[in-house]
Design a protein around this ligand. Structure first.
Ligand code: ZN
Length: 171
């Protein structure tokens, strides 16, 4: 499967499995994910979102201050610590189109992952990058940003998505 999935697709609610080694197949999936993410366009994508239950995340965004392009893949990403300080930022999701909400999350995270060369990386991340990664890593355990909202708000958003997709598909 290599199409973007939308709520309430059950694959978005499943846990992605750890990969053994970053090999040809995993890099191929990451490449496909990047294509889909850039086309959407989005700033991050988790493999669940294209129906592949493997722990793969890809990220691409331009840092507003440094104008630098931040672009890489993460395999088996794991957050090992969170800052106590939190920050509120607006989030959206390619699997929940046209819906946005302010979500509070830790400001800084420390994470571990395998890179494209199967090397174990440990880094501390702050700002937008930390936000995108927390959102994407949530996807790998079947969690969506709307889960941080009330039941009512979440249901309204999911209904709106269904309406949006109906109109889009009929257009
Ligand atoms: Zn998302």
């Amino acid at each position: 499967m290599t199409k973007l999935l939308y709520v309430p697709n059950p694959l978005l609610r499943q846990k992605a499995e750890k990969i053994n080694i970053v090999g040809h197949e995993e890099l191929k999936i990451a490449k496909k994910m990047k294509e889909i993410m850039l086309k959407a366009p989005g700033v991050g994508l988790a493999a669940n979102q294209i129906g592949i239950l493997k722990q793969i995340v890809t990220i691409f965004y331009v840092d507003k201050e440094t104008k630098k392009e931040i672009e890489y893949n993460l395999f088996n990403p794991q957050i090992i610590s969170y800052s106590e300080e939190t920050i509120i930022m607006e989030e959206g999701c390619l699997s929940i189109p046209e819906q946005f909400a302010e979500i509070e999350r830790p400001k800084i995270i420390k994470l571990q992952y395998l890179d494209d060369h199967n090397k174990l990386i440990e880094r501390e991340v702050d700002g937008v990058e930390a936000r995108i990664l927390q959102h994407e890593i949530d996807h790998l355990s079947g969690k969506l940003f709307v889960d941080y909202l009330s039941h009512l708000k979440r249901n309204i958003m999911i209904k709106k998505v269904q309406k949006y997709l109906k109109i889009k598909n009929n257009a």
